[in-house]
Ligand binder design. Structure first.
Ligand code: KG4
Ligand code: ZN
Length: 378
């Protein structure tokens, strides 16, 4: 992936720890973290900071790219210095400086990448341009030295994809959304029900009050499609139509519809993941681990549905702690450290990229794979 601009250096001495500062600003979180990757594969987060922009965007019901870019640019430099102070490190003590270089909202991506370039030049350290999706893909290693390979389901407000993670820079995408992300399906359904942004957690809370979710039959997405792709655009329309059809909506109606929407999303995610597990298992009979990451993986109904699919196939399911499965900089620092250890770094003119698919085989130009209001789903 994107190796044209990467070059190699001696990397780390065998068994020596690698310490990397990572910066992230590709969507609506500005984040910085320092990770030390030990010789035995154990990752240690020395310091981390995330500033969420939810309150900046809440009045608009979604992420506004211009607002995001401006506030990232104002914060990145401070965040980098804060984590260095917290870890009591001088820049000279770092092995490399990593930043997300895409995919994402381009104005935002540039904020972290430019800051990282400046710091790399100032400190005379290698720069590592990290694919944000690779950061998510490797994030379980922040928690345990999980050996490759594993199957990743990444479900958030910006991504919905199934990826076979075979190694650093070695990933195969098995499926992806053709329209909205799973988190958008939650957020848009929540909006129909009059809940605030981000809607996922609010919808889950309301759904817990439901007494009869079957009162609202919702369509099965991509019912006749045999791929591992996802589609959520039709669901929002169906939720809206169901809601409009209720003459005088009560709290009980709203709770039932919330539960129906949640169940439909969970069922679709589980069904597609089941398909991908079968594909993955055919190639990897030994490594039976499903990793579910992203904000939507916090949803209890989604978790239960995924665990069921995994268990029937003899897979273990791993949910990284929420702070490492939503957007964060520790995963970017870790991906940087893993790359540095393999002797990979990037030129200082490496560009910020709005689109950057994980594997060259994945159809970056596939017209079926759309991009939503939060930017490319890559
Ligand atoms: O990973 P994340 O924080 O990053 C972005 O994509 O920005 O994911 C946020 C998404 C939002 O769409 C939010 O509504 C959804 O994850 N989400 C949830 C839950 N918690 C967060 N969706 C359903 N149930 C939840 N408990
Ligand atoms: Zn992300």
């Amino acid at each position: 992936m994107g190796m044209a601009l990467s070059h190699t250096h001696p990397g780390a001495q065998e068994g020596q720890p690698v310490t990397v500062l990572g910066l992230e600003s590709s969507c609506d979180d500005s984040a910085a973290a320092i990770v030390r990757l030990h010789g035995d594969g154990r990752a240690e987060v020395l310091a981390e900071r995330v500033i969420n922009q939810n309150s900046d965007h809440a009045p608009f019901g979604g992420v506004v790219p211009e607002i995001a870019a401006r506030s990232h640019a104002e914060r990145m430099d401070h965040l980098a210095r804060e984590v260095m102070e917290e870890a009591r490190l001088e820049f000279g003590a770092l092995d490399a400086i990593a930043a997300t270089a895409g995919p994402g909202l381009i104005g935002g991506v540039m904020a972290a990448l430019m800051t990282a370039k400046g710091l790399a030049i100032g400190a005379g350290k290698p720069l590592i341009a990290v694919n944000h999706l690779e950061g998510h893909a490797l994030s379980p290693r922040l928690v345990e030295p999980l050996p490759f390979p594993w199957l990743l389901l990444l479900v958030s407000g910006g991504h919905t994809q199934l990826v076979s993670v075979e190694g650093v820079g070695q990933m195969t995408r098995l499926g992806s959304t053709i329209d909205d992300a799973a988190g958008e399906a939650f957020d848009k359904s929540a909006k129909v029900l009059g809940l605030g942004f981000p809607g996922g957690p609010a919808l889950e809370k309301l759904a817990a009050e439901a007494t009869d979710p079957s009162r609202f039959p919702l369509p099965r997405m991509l019912a006749h499609d045999k791929s591992c792709n996802f589609s959520f655009a039709g669901l929002k329309t169906a939720v809206k139509r169901s809601y409009d059809a209720v003459e005088a909506p009560t709290d009980a109606n709203r709770a039932d519809l919330a539960a129906a929407a949640q169940a439909a999303i969970a069922a679709h995610l589980a069904e597609r993941t089941g398909r991908a597990l079968d594909l993955y298992a055919a190639h990897n009979p030994q490594a039976r681990v499903l990793v579910a990451a992203g904000g939507v993986a916090a949803n209890t109904a989604v978790r239960k549905a995924l665990i069921r699919e995994a268990e029937t196939r003899g897979f273990r399911t791993l949910f990284p702690p929420l702070k490492y499965c939503t957007d964060n900089a520790a995963m970017i620092a870790l991906a940087g450290a893993e790359r540095f250890r393999l002797g990979i770094s990037d030129d200082l003119d490496v560009p910020a990229r709005a689109r950057w698919p994980l594997d060259s085989g994945a159809a970056s130009d596939d017209p079926l794979l759309g991009s939503g209001k939060k930017g490319p789903k890559a």
